[in-house]
Design a protein around this ligand. Structure first.
Ligand SMILES: [Zn+2]
Length: 224
């Protein structure tokens, strides 16, 4: 064992006066980013190099929310249907938000009547109207294409990430902490979180939270 350890240390350089630190050796920056982890995971999967994912990674959302949205697109979340497919025994597969249908990814985020109320509040706020697709990748693409200008599109993508991540958080709160499903509360949290992400991650942007709530399209035009 001691010999093996000394062999391993032979290849390690020691820099005097420098504090030890962790390095993320994927990518060029040597620090963790969700996109580098994503590239590592998908390197053998050509299908994942679609424009849908490229757009997703350019959103202003925090990495945790971006990763969660990627799981929605890839149907990799531990929904009740997915858990059941992996052999986990559950008392019920019903969606906790509506109590009517099985909790698959496409139902939970796009087909559920509760999720639909959240999306409708979002559409009304943004001044758009359409019947959205329940297949995650098509829904994401459809949502993006409903925004006509390239300017601010990154914020538009961020709103989509905000809605799906907040629906998932709300679903978890109901399961683990109990409570009542409240679409208005979810929508209000989406507005706050997306405004916070955009304000933090866009250097030249300055618009107030009240402006964001009242004139979202005008605010988006300020984001390049
Ligand atoms: Zn439901």
């Amino acid at each position: 064992m001691a010999d093996q350890l000394s062999q391993l240390l032979l290849g390690a350089g020691v820099v005097p006066d420098e504090v030890d630190r962790w390095l993320w050796k994927v990518g060029v920056f040597q620090y963790f980013t969700v996109s580098s982890a994503y590239n590592l995971v998908r390197k053998d999967n050509e299908e994942d190099s679609s424009p849908v994912f490229n757009k997703l990674w350019r959103s202003k959302a925090i990495p945790f929310a971006g990763l969660m949205a990627w799981r929605v697109l890839e149907n990799k979340l531990v929904t009740r249907v997915n858990l059941s497919r992996r052999g986990v025994q559950l008392e019920s597969l019903r969606c906790v938000l509506c109590g009517k249908e099985e909790e698959s990814g496409s139902h939970l985020f796009f087909g559920c009547s509760f999720a639909w109320r959240v999306w409708c509040l979002c559409y009304r706020w943004l001044g758009i109207l359409f019947v959205s697709h329940i297949e995650p990748k098509l829904n994401f693409d459809q949502f993006r294409m409903s925004f006509s200008s390239e300017t601010g599109l990154v914020v538009w993508n961020t709103i989509w990430v905000g809605v799906v991540s907040e629906i998932w958080s709300h679903r978890n709160r109901l399961i683990f902490k109990r409570g009542v499903a409240d679409a208005s509360e979810v929508f209000a949290l989406v507005q706050v979180k997306v405004w916070s992400w955009v304000s933090t991650n866009s250097r030249s942007v300055s618009f107030s939270y009240s402006d964001w709530c009242l004139e979202p399209m005008e605010c988006m035009r300020l984001v390049s």
